[in-house]
Design a protein. Sequence first.
Length: 76
Amino acid sequence: MRCDKCGYEGSLAEFTYVAQAYEVGATALRRCPSCREIITVDQLELESEGSEAKPWGIGDIWGRKFSKKDREAENG
């Protein structure tokens, strides 16, 4: 993430969360740690860019399709 005013670059976590920008949606207001400027950010877009991480807590089952045959094979 980059501040348009001072050019500071850092992770989303470094920019302090202030509030939601709108009542609905992922757009939020964040504060630059360097110049304290308020920045409007689409958090979902930033979190998904370049991220190969799987959702937390589901491990190897992400993306798999399950059927009754799979269950029978595991129990059989």
